[in-house]
Design a protein around this ligand. Structure first.
Ligand code: AMP
Length: 227
């Protein structure tokens, strides 16, 4: 296993490596935004990187489009490669926040080895626990700003002006994979492949947060636990 090439000396004790774990619609993206801003670390969303490849029309994007549309998971090798390359960038030197990775036990093993090989601490895992019955309604009402990436929810966190981003005023969009059929497949993929990571990480730095609470309250609980 090769390490993240940037790192040559042991990481300073202040290096903050956070990992958000939870089902689709649990609020990972919203909390990732807030935590990244609070700790001045980059939020790394594998889903967002993959959507970027699709928008750019790359070979990987073509391969990924069908998988995302069906609500399945991309192969571990592909995603591990994308993450390794992203973590080697300079802005990750003081820490980073992972949103949507790892999603399988194999990816978690890969990340463990990557951290160990790079002299980085194992991540602090924040599990946003939300009962499945809330998730479909949440996801179907989610809207994103295509310009700044801000995330809204028509039920719980609507924009100030109908359908437009509070910051950029551009029209909000609904992710193509936020439709009900795809969401059901994404939830099934989560139960099958990602939920086992809860037991995997429980032995380490693991924090469970009630993700059903309003976003500001969830954020406050996370900060309190981290301190
Ligand atoms: P997200 O934005 O995290 O909801 O991810 C959107 C989609 O990207 C997922 O439904 C998967 O198809 C794909 N994806 C994102 N992260 C991963 C990952 N770690 N492993 C496999 N597929 C992923």
């Amino acid at each position: 296993m090769s390490s993240v090439s940037r790192v040559s000396a042991p990481a300073p004790s202040t290096t903050r490596i956070l990992l958000l774990l939870g089902p689709p619609g649990c609020g990972k993206g919203t909390q990732a935004e807030s935590l990244a801003r609070h700790f001045s670390i980059p939020a790394i969303s594998t889903g967002e990187m993959i959507r970027g490849e699709i928008r750019a029309g790359t070979e990987l994007g073509h391969l990924a489009a069908g998988v995302i549309h069906d609500g399945g998971l991309l192969g571990d090798d592909i995603v591990n490669r994308i993450v390794k390359s992203r973590l080697s960038q300079e802005d990750c030197a003081a820490g980073f926040m992972l949103d949507g990775y790892p999603r399988t036990v194999e990816q978690a093993h890969y990340l463990d080895a990557l951290m160990t090989g790079s002299g980085l601490p194992q991540p602090t895992v924040i599990h946003l626990d939300v009962h499945p019955e809330h998730l479909i309604a949440r996801i179907c009402n989610r809207r994103d700003c295509p310009k700044c990436g801000a995330i809204y929810n028509l039920l719980t966190h609507p924009p100030l002006h109908d359908g437009a981003c509070d910051h950029c005023r551009v029209e909000l969009e609904r992710r193509e994979d936020d439709c009900e059929t795809t969401v059901r497949n994404r939830l099934a993929a989560y139960e099958h492949s990602t939920a086992p990571l809860i037991d995997y990480y429980k032995q380490g730095n693991y924090l469970r947060v009630d993700g059903a609470a309003p976003a500001e309250q969830v954020f406050a609980s996370i900060l309190q636990m981290l301190n």
